[in-house]
Structure formats: structure tokens, C-alpha cells
Ligand binder design. Structure first.
Ligand code: FES
Length: 115
């Protein structure tokens, strides 16, 4: 069992309206900063459970939404809700993170239910 919290990166590496990918064991996540707040999601599109892309930036060209490169779904930065695309109204799975003392910390990992 992994121990938490785990350091993802230092806060200065994630500017507002930017994203970064990170690895956790064999899986991948994405952190994004929106209006100063850090949000994190599994890097798994609800449409076909694929990674959103190769990164390092997972945002659309205006840096307003997370974008899946496969079929162009767009997701709200602060909720992970798909606002347009083939999985509209579905959500990226949230990952628990916090920010303290200049560090972005992973607090746990969601248990994925397959099938
Ligand atoms: S796999 Fe992401 S939009 Fe289709």
C-alpha cells in the first residue's frame, strides 16, 4: 500500500491555467491550476478510457479546458465535466490533492472500477 501524502511537484511548476501530467505507480494523472486552485484527475478519458494525450500540456489552445486529443472532448478545469464531445456530461475521475508549503501533494488514488 502506498503511503500518502506524496509529492507530485513544487507549486512553482504549475502556473494558473496550465496542466502537468504525473505518474503514480503504473497509472497516470493530470494536475491543473485554475483560478489559483489545484485540481487533479486520472489521465483517462471517460469516452474510451484512453489517456488524454502525450502532454506535457493537456489543455486546448486557449488554455481554458482539458482536451482529449482522440476525439476532441473538452473538460472543465475545475470539475472535470465534459462540456463538449462524445462523452458530454461525463466526468474525469477526480484525484485528491492538496497544496501546502509550496508543494502539490497527492493524498490518495481513486480505485477504478472496470466493467
Ligand atoms: S477517447 Fe477521449 S474523446 Fe474519445
Amino acid at each position: 500500500m502506498p503511503n500518502y501524502p506524496q509529492l507530485i511537484c513544487t507549486s512553482d511548476l504549475l502556473e494558473d491555467n496550465h496542466s502537468l501530467g504525473f505518474h503514480h505507480e503504473q497509472e497516470k494523472g493530470i494536475i491543473v491550476r485554475y483560478q489559483g486552485q489545484v485540481h487533479a484527475y486520472l489521465d483517462s478519458c471517460p469516452h474510451r478510457n484512453k489517456s488524454l494525450g502525450d502532454g506535457p500540456n493537456f489543455l486546448d489552445s486557449d488554455n481554458l479546458f482539458l482536451r482529449c486529443e482522440h476525439h476532441q472532448a473538452l473538460f472543465a478545469l475545475d470539475s472535470g465535466t465534459c462540456i463538449t464531445g462524445p462523452c458530454v456530461q461525463q466526468q474525469l475521475t477526480s484525484v485528491a490533492v492538496t497544496e501546502q508549503d509550496g508543494q502539490i501533494l497527492l493524498l490518495g488514488w481513486p480505485r477504478q472500477v472496470n466493467g
